[in-house]
Ligand binder design. Structure first.
Ligand SMILES: [Zn+2]
Length: 666
């Protein structure tokens, strides 16, 4: 398990600052497993080499001193390869080579085009200089991407347009290419363009690996990725990219900078998990990025921050890269409590990390294709440069109800499609989702009909409404004692759309109907159907991801999710509460690990959790890293499931349960 600290230059370039840093790190020696020195303070891409060279001499000296003081794992983090965004460009030297250029021909002020020969020579030399500092490793930061470089969509400079023409045998200029990309029938161009983005990044990473390894082939390389949901324009093929870099380390990332909205934690954990699942299996150094940018002590509470790190480790990562310590010159006195907290968690985190790579996530898979931007439809008069990729994130509210989500499509027990996400998949991929368990919203139903697969959902769209409607549970046996219950999500307030569907088959079960505010029945809005492929499809047409936080709606949704997986939803919490489950197991089910997070300010009270496995020996992992077996009476077997009685979990606290026993540890 790696506990890595990323250190900004202001903290180590001057002797006084470095000495304070060294004293701080030595004082908390036990909490520090890896040190990574940043190359830049700023996100501006250009660092004149005649200035970078003396900077690297300082880095060489600092690495040597850190090693002399007993830190064995010391490396560097190239913050800027292309440049992240426009910052300090008025004060720092202007880009001397082709700048990243957007589809309107506007140039970034701080970020390079990755394709000019001058840049390739410059970046080769920059990495060579860094490799000469004798680091154990070099991290390549997440600015190696084709989006968000001060200008949003890159790179449409003349060099890149030439490259496109050369690769695809076309003869087209920027304006004409952009016109094609915006055409409804421009799918072929969009796929070619995204493929160019994937390839450009791949070639740059290959070039970086070669530059570093020419100096020293023992230097390990690591790559920092971002959520595919936001990086889809870059054509994120993390398997190709990490292999091109010959990476042995990876850090999935995502913005989550303060705890003002604590539930954003769940989104970050799931989005980093989505990235991790797509990495090549051989990469075993997987570091979660803990970040409170711009690194101020009070932006995240320590309690919450440690919970965040623990949750990350519960999804299969085995290290934490702390982007935590003060970025400016000045005192580190604010951070001692943090380091004490980290050290306290180390035994538990080490125990959790032992299983990293051996376990897979279990639950329902919120589907997103990394090829979404290449494949999504553009409407007539449309604009491809206006994506709506974020729809998939709305699904994560289900986990607040206790419904387990997994980013591992191959081991998930069912799939969830939302918004236009279905457009990112091939018809065969969609058919295979429809042959399993599938939960969809109204917009997804529309896409599936457009793709010729609508009949497999058992319903078509009859009508949509944008205000003044609510749902009522039907007296279908499925709803049990809750028939007649109502839910009003006030969709007009959120500019949402409600769908009434038309059953096409007598077998379709209707579990909710849509009513208007004067009580008239508008038709079915939540249906269940078992199709000819043997798949079970639930179509939820009314506010499926929002304002679902009542006991009766929770129970209905939980039952639906369990029904569509044919009773193998891996975990069911038998009590009303906001308990988020993160469940993993070995692929063959021989071992399980379950983290339950109480995501409210109320204690949960004692509750039962049902785990769909016949394991009877369970233990609880504590902060001291010890697995304590659950005593008799706390674990029961009912048919093929295990019922575990859990003591009350406090506000924003958690419990980790495992089938692992202390005696099995190495
Ligand atoms: Zn370019």
């Amino acid at each position: 398990m790696k506990l890595s600290f990323r250190i900004i230059p202001a903290r180590f370039t001057k002797d006084t600052q470095f000495n304070e840093l060294l004293a701080f790190l030595l004082e908390h020696r036990e909490a520090v497993g890896e040190i990574s020195l940043f190359t830049e303070y700023w996100h501006h891409g250009y660092y004149p080499l005649e200035q970078f060279e003396p900077f690297c001499e300082v880095v060489t000296k600092r690495i040597a001193t850190l090693r002399e003081n007993g830190f064995s794992n010391v490396g560097v983090n190239m913050l800027c390869t292309l440049g992240h965004f426009d910052e300090a460009c008025n004060w720092l030297p202007s880009l001397p080579y082709q700048a990243a250029t957007d589809h309107n021909g506007i140039e970034s002020k701080s970020c390079f085009c990755p394709n000019s020969p001058q840049f390739m020579e410059y970046i080769k030399r920059k990495y060579e200089l860094l490799a000469q500092t004798k680091p154990d490793f070099i991290w390549v930061d997440d600015d190696v991407r084709m989006h968000s470089h001060g200008v949003e969509y890159t790179c449409f400079c003349p060099i890149c347009i030439d490259k496109f023409n050369h690769t695809n045998g076309t003869n087209i200029d920027r304006q004409l290419l952009v016109e094609q990309l915006n055409q409804p029938d421009g799918a072929h161009y969009r796929e070619q363009w995204i493929e160019q983005n994937t390839t450009v990044v791949e070639q740059l990473l290959e070039h970086i690996a070669a530059s570093v390894h020419r100096v020293d082939d023992q230097i390990e390389l690591g790559f920092m990725t971002v959520s595919q949901v936001y990086a889809s324009y870059s054509g994120p093929d993390y398997e190709r990219w990490l292999r091109a870099l010959k990476a042995t380390k990876a850090r999935p990332g995502g913005g989550f900078y303060d705890d003002r909205e604590p539930l954003s934690l769940i989104q970050k954990i799931l989005e980093t998990s989505r990235q991790t699942v797509s990495f090549p299996r051989e990469i075993r150094d997987l570091q979660y990025e803990f970040e409170n940018f711009p690194f101020q002590r009070l932006s995240k509470s320590i309690h919450f921050g440690l919970l965040e790190c623990t949750a990350a480790l519960a999804t299969g990562l085995n290290g934490i890269a702390f982007d935590l310590l003060k970025q400016e010159e000045g005192t580190l006195e604010d951070y001692h409590d943090w380091m004490i907290g980290i050290q306290k968690m180390k035994p538990m985190w080490s125990a959790m990390a032992e299983n990293a790579g051996d376990y897979v996530g279990r639950g329902l898979y919120p589907a997103f294709s990394a090829q979404f931007d290449a494949k999504r439809k553009v409407q007539q008069e449309g604009n491809w440069f206006k994506p709506d990729n974020g729809d998939v994130l709305k699904v994560y509210s289900l986990s607040e109800l206790g419904i387990p989500l997994s980013m591992d499509a191959n081991h998930a027990c069912g799939t969830i499609l939302t918004g236009k996400m279905a457009e990112g998949f091939t018809t065969e991929e969609l058919r295979s989702m429809l042959a399993g368990g599938l939960l969809i919203d109204g917009r997804s139903l529309q896409v599936l009909w457009e793709r010729g697969l609508g009949h497999l959902c058992g319903v078509s769209i009859r009508e949509t409404y944008d205000n003044g409607v609510y749902e009522q549970f039907t007296d279908e046996g499925f709803n049990g004692r809750h028939s007649g219950e109502r839910r009003d999500a006030r969709i007009a307030f959120w500019k949402d759309l409600a769908y009434v569907v038309e059953p096409l088959n007598p077998e379709v079960r209707i579990i909710s109907r849509l009513l208007n505010f004067v009580g008239e029945d508008l038709g079915p809005t939540f249906t269940l159907f078992e199709n000819e492929l043997g798949g079970r499809v639930a179509v939820h047409g009314y506010a499926p991801w929002k304002h679902i936080h009542s006991g009766v709606k929770r129970e209905q949704l939980m039952k639906v999710c369990d029904w569509l997986t044919k009773g193998i939803l891996p975990v069911i919490i038998r009590k009303l509460g906001k308990v988020v489950p993160l469940i993993q197991s070995t692929p063959d089910g021989s071992g399980y690990s379950l983290m339950l997070i109480n995501a409210t300010m109320d204690p949960t009270g004692e509750f039962d959790v049902e785990v769909r496995t016949s394991h009877t020996h369970w233990s609880r992992l504590a902060e001291d890293g010890v697995y304590t077996p659950l005593t008799n009476g706390r674990v029961k077997n009912e048919k093929d499931v295990t019922i575990i009685t859990v003591d009350s979990i406090g506000p924003w606290e958690y419990i980790i349960l495992s089938t692992q026993m202390e005696s099995e540890r190495l």
